[in-house]
Design a protein around this ligand. Sequence first.
Ligand code: G6P
Length: 368
Amino acid sequence: LLVDKGNHKHFMAKEIYEQPETISHTLSHYVDMGAEKVALREELPFDFAQLSRLTISACGTAYLAGSVAKYWFERYARLPVDVDVASEFRYREPPLERNGLSLFISQSGETADTLAALRYCAGQGQHIASLVNVPESTIARESQVAFPTLCGPEIGVASTKALTAQLTALASLVVAAARARGTISADEERELVRALVELPRAVSAALGAERQIERIAKRLSKAKDVLYLGRGQMFPIAMEGALKLKEISYIHAEGYAAGELKHGPIALVDEAMPVIVVAPSDELMEKTLSNMQEVAARGGKIILITDEEGAAKVGAGAAEIITLPKVPSFVAPILATVPVQLLAYHTAVFMGTDVDQPRNLAKSVTVE
Ligand code: G6P
């Protein structure tokens, strides 16, 4: 493959920094920028308006992309969604409704469990769509329609730019579905599309927090366990933060729904366990802040990822605040992905691990 690291120390850093471009590029496939409308180029073998249910299966980070999309499809398109890790879905023999759409998300398009889930759904008469980064892949070829993520080859084993491209494409599909189902107005469509179009600039700004994140990462690299909390569409981003950290720094981390804190993980909170809270300002922020206070009251050190509006609300509750630009809540999970990637990356650099080729992991898991 003719890809090099450019000025970066690792492919992962290069791929994190490419995201303003890869998001733009992906968006230009899905959106008519002039008309501020989503304009799908693929012919759809189904009608969004007629779908009874959407079933998403994927593995690893792609599963977390699907988990964010569940919040979006349900909220904006009023389409019921099931999302599962493919290795569970395929053996569960789930009954599938008539006129259901099954969507498979995979960077490589070759993940064995995801492919097996696809074949199961095809056998059940579902409409089959995939979202892949490799158009010649098996998953793309076995789909009735394959939507592309146009982020270029991803070399780092831990997925970064593929995730934000998947989220960008999924957000576009959500707008298309919502329009077809009549659940958003033309004005709302324009607002959602504008939020997407303006996202690359916010991602560039978010990359500007790197120095601060590097400083925080130095402290994280001394931790044995890290807890990530998020609520609603930020819950999968908390999971992604934890996944990235454990994959490349080998520090144990868990992503938890903020509301579940008191049902378990709060027992672990002490001065030694950093708690990373992902909570941009939205209608759920107050709830997450009160969870944050429960952590602070037990001596937990909080690193809050929020936006300018959120930072103003928090005051002295957090040891560190990583401040993102304020964006519409629709695209906030895509933006919040960037600081959790940088935190994991710099922590791993401090630990001296093999960032691009972490031990025991493979880029593409083509065996069960
Ligand atoms: C492996 C990779 C992950 C990836 C997952 C799914 O575990 O290390 O980065 O998210 O597979 O891969 P896929 O190619 O299906 O997206």
